[in-house]
Ligand binder design. Structure first.
Ligand code: AMP
Ligand code: ZN
Length: 468
């Protein structure tokens, strides 16, 4: 199995540090709002990597953090006149709802900054002790010049970085070098604070991942992953912190997903060109979003568009219909229809194609093609009345391959036109009832929809609905 390693800029044979085990860390979101579909990409991508590794027989320990201390969370808490904890708990819960909808398996552990504070302070103290960090008036900085390999992941030269520092890093006259970054910042009124040897304050962003990876996985891990925007400075800084502190290599393989773009611009909250997963899930089933993400290679950009989503929805329906038809066939077929020409190798061929794609740096785009080919084979064969035993083998293969991709698992819950028109009819009736001030009927319709697993949301643009 080959994986593309950002550290070496090469595809390398995947050999875990400990035979049969994989230790994997994926940077998680800052929880101050709903996640957008760009944020969903690392979720779905690395969940699929994990599923494939598990399929291959590895025991995977998967850690994904929540950044629950951050300027944006504090700002939102102040705007809503509440605490940072209320905001982060709310959006962690919402994030899990989206992740569950996207069929992303829970990590082995989801550490939060607020729960790791003692360990964060310990690592910062150790970095100071080892001469890699220094304190100035309650702020602790990492001394980038103390780590000669700084820049090795992003392939940035420290002197060039220093020369162009004003564009890329915070200017701060207290720093020894412009590229030095904050490990601990002093308390400001209106912000949460923790006691530390450097006074009251809170940690900078980068240190949390070094601490959590070490706590839950040990000093050296197999895979560290995230979106490509994290390469610099976040992952570069994580390497500097972890390797200087632990005197051991941090991660063997660095995997980075490409961006989801809109009009070829990176989708981001700050640019305002984003769609939340929740918004899109009100128009398409969640699993179409997952399938959309897996239709491209994870390192290539994907331009988000309604057309592409619709094409993915049709493709997914094709796979699900095949599964449904095959299920019906298995229940109803007669043994005597068995054919002498049946050959299990005809089915195994699709597993080989699928594995070949996934073994080549998790090429899910080609893996999806292998699934479509299997679907075509089944559609052709089942009509010819294969034996029940053979049909079951086809079904096993289809379930195995779609299970690795995490798609088409629930065929009974398939979206069909009848369902949609019933939902829309009820929503229209409710609007009519509300217009007539018949709130009892309106509430009863909402309950009826809720019993069907449909949640509705009144927005200024009209009523949105999504499957809960
Ligand atoms: P953030 O909450 O902004 O730190 O992002 C959480 C994760 O989503 C990180 O791994 C980012 O690299 C990733 N990410 C953010 N925007 C995009 C995007 N437009 N396309 C793909 N990944 C993204
Ligand atoms: Zn991180």
């Amino acid at each position: 199995m080959k994986v593309y390693n950002t550290l070496t800029r090469k595809k390398e044979e995947f050999i875990p540090i400990e035979k049969g085990k994989v230790k994997m860390y994926v940077c998680g979101p800052t929880v101050y709002d709903y996640i957008h579909i760009g944020n969903a990409r690392p979720y779905v991508t690395f969940d699929t990597v994990r599923r494939y590794l598990e399929y291959k027989g590895f025991e995977v320990t998967y850690i994904q953090n929540f950044t629950d201390v951050d300027d944006k969370i504090i700002k939102k808490a102040n705007d809503e006149n509440t605490t940072m904890e209320v905001i982060s708990n709310r959006y962690i819960e919402e994030c899990f709802k989206d992740a569950d909808g996207l069929n992303v398996k829970r990590a082995s552990h989801h550490p939060r900054v607020t729960e790791e504070m003692d360990h964060i302070i310990e690592m910062i103290a150790e970095l100071i002790e080892k001469g890699h960090a220094y304190e100035v008036d309650g702020t602790v900085y990492y001394d980038t010049k103390s780590f000669p390999e700084y820049g090795k992941l992003s392939r940035k030269n420290l002197d060039e970085l220093i020369a162009g520092a004003s564009e890329r890093v915070e200017i701060d006259s207290a720093k020894k070098n412009p590229t030095d970054f904050v490990l601990w910042k002093p308390f400001k009124p209106g912000e949460p604070k923790w006691q530390s040897p450097w006074g009251e304050g809170r940690p900078g962003w980068h240190i949390e991942c070094s601490v959590m990876a070490k706590r839950y996985l040990g000093p050296t891990i197999d895979i560290h992953a995230g979106g490509e925007d994290l390469i610099f400075p976040h992952h570069e800084n994580e390497i500097a912190q972890s390797e200087a502190c632990n005197c051991a290599p941090f991660a063997k393989y660095w995997l980075h997903n490409g961006f989801i773009t809109i009009d070829n611009e990176k989708m981001s909250k700050s640019a305002g060109n984003f769609f939340t997963v929740r918004d899109i899930a009100s128009q398409f089933p969640y699993e179409v979003i997952r399938f959309f993400i897996l239709n491209g290679h994870y390192r290539s950009p994907i331009n988000f568009s309604r057309d592409l989503m619709e094409a993915c929805q049709n493709g997914l329906e094709r796979i699900k219909n095949c599964k449904k038809d095959l299920e019906y066939y298995i229940e109803n077929c007669k043994e005597e229809t068995a054919k002498s020409i049946e050959n299990t190798e005809d089915i195994e061929r699709f597993r080989n194609e699928f594995e070949e794609a996934m073994d080549d740096d998790f090429n899910t785009a080609d893996a999806v093609t292998a699934v479509y080919e299997l679907v075509r084979f089944i559609n052709k064969n089942s009509k010819e009345n294969v034996s029940k035993d053979f049909a079951e083998k086809e079904m096993d293969m289809l379930k195995t391959l779609t299970g690795i991709l995490g798609i088409a698992e629930n065929i009974s819950n398939s979206e069909n036109d009848e369902d949609v028109s019933k939902i829309e009819e009820l929503i229209a009736k409710r609007a009519e009832a509300k217009k007539n001030k018949d709130f009892a009927s309106a509430d009863a319709i909402r309950d009826e929809l809720s019993a069907m697993g449909i949640t509705i949301k009144d927005t200024r643009q009209g009523v949105q609905w999504f499957r809960s």
